[in-house]
Design a protein around this ligand. Structure first.
Ligand code: NDP
Length: 295
């Protein structure tokens, strides 16, 4: 019997967007400044174009200005860098986001390093990641997806301190920063990746699992300790003849099985996904507040 609480990322994200809308208008009225987010998209990947469109819609919905640079696939690195430098110098832009992945002929590291850390709302600049990893240092921004995972735990009153947490996946954008964040929150953290032996024995020890792998239904009920909390970041298309699109999206975690054994689970879609964009808006707002010294 399903007993887990469903962690409703969609409604938490809505609540956060409402809070941001109120803050954006308070700021506009008080000092006449509107937060602005610039997005750089290179090439014509469909999924990337969708993410960029969703980000723009989200900005509109909370009153944040959005700027977009869409460059052709065969652009040079120099052209991308020129746009970054323009946005770096533009006082109307408080956040700059380079939609990943970049075309393979570009050096991702060089491009991400060019974003001024004061505008690095994705939190991917090595200085921000480095500060995230260090005790007693504060990053200016924390990467949006892992931040959204932690925010869900906070808003559901799930304590992290002293808990045993397992992160599955170690990517720069999700797994690694998620592990750093959990550690900052005083969890004892283990990271599982593709070379880990017996991952299920490790995940079975966890009070909290954050999974960011990209493998549909990899985490089975037998991988989960009774009463654990499951945050499923995975977004994986699987064939579905009954769906009009011919596919549907599932997480890394077998949702039906998790619901029977965990105490709380995020669904896919409607869990972490909506939180990512909410955190991007939140980072853009705090960037604007910081540059204006507006409390
Ligand atoms: P990456 O492909 O960059 O990283 C996947 C990680 O999973 C790697 O560290 C890899 O290990 C590990 N891994 C792969 N196979 C296994 C396995 N069999 N067992 C254990 N670990 C494994 O993916 P991302 O981090 O970018 O994304 C992960 C998932 O999250 C995807 O489904 C993506 O769509 C989704 N996502 C969702 C977002 C949201 O807003 N909700 C945002 C970003 C991503 P190794 O390092 O050894 O290769």
């Amino acid at each position: 019997e399903a007993s887990a609480k469903v962690i409703d990322g969609k409604s938490v994200a809505k609540q956060i967007r409402d809070e941001i809308t109120a803050e954006v208008s308070r700021m506009k009225e008080a000092i006449g400044v509107t937060p602005g987010l610039a997005v750089i998209l290179v090439g014509d990947r469909k999924d990337s174009a969708t993410y960029v469109r969703n980000k723009k819609t989200a900005c509109d919905s909370v009153g944040i200005n959005s700027f977009e640079a869409h460059l052709p696939e065969d652009s040079s690195e120099g052209e991308v860098l020129k746009f970054i430098s323009g946005f770096n110098d533009d006082p109307a832009v408080h956040g700059i986001l380079v939609q990943l992945p970049l075309p393979s002929h570009m050096n991702e590291q060089k491009i991400l390093n060019a974003v001024r850390i004061e505008k690095d709302v994705d939190g991917f600049h090595p200085l921000n990641i480095g500060r995230l990893a260090m005790r007693g240092r504060e990053p200016l921004f924390v990467p949006c997806t892992p931040k959204g995972c932690i925010e869900l735990l906070h808003r559901y009153g799930i304590s992290i301190k002293g808990k045993s947490a397992v992160v599955i996946g170690r990517s720069n954008i999700v797994g690694m920063p998620a592990a750093l964040l959990l550690q900052r929150e005083d969890a004892t953290v283990t990271v599982v990746h593709s070379r880990t032996k017996n991952p299920e024995e490790i995940t079975r020890q966890a009070d909290i699992i954050i999974s960011a792998v990209g493998q549909p239904n990899m985490v089975r009920g037998s991988w989960i300790k009774p009463g654990a909390v499951i945050i499923d970041v995975g977004i994986n298309p699987v064939e579905d003849a009954k769906s009009p699109r011919g596919y549907r999206l599932v997480g890394d975690v077998c949702y039906e099985e998790a619901c029977k054994i965990a105490s709380a689970v995020t669904p896919v879609p409607g869990g972490v996904g909506p939180m990512t964009i909410a955190m991007l808006l939140s980072n853009t707002l705090s960037s604007a507040k910081r540059t204006q010294n507006f409390k």
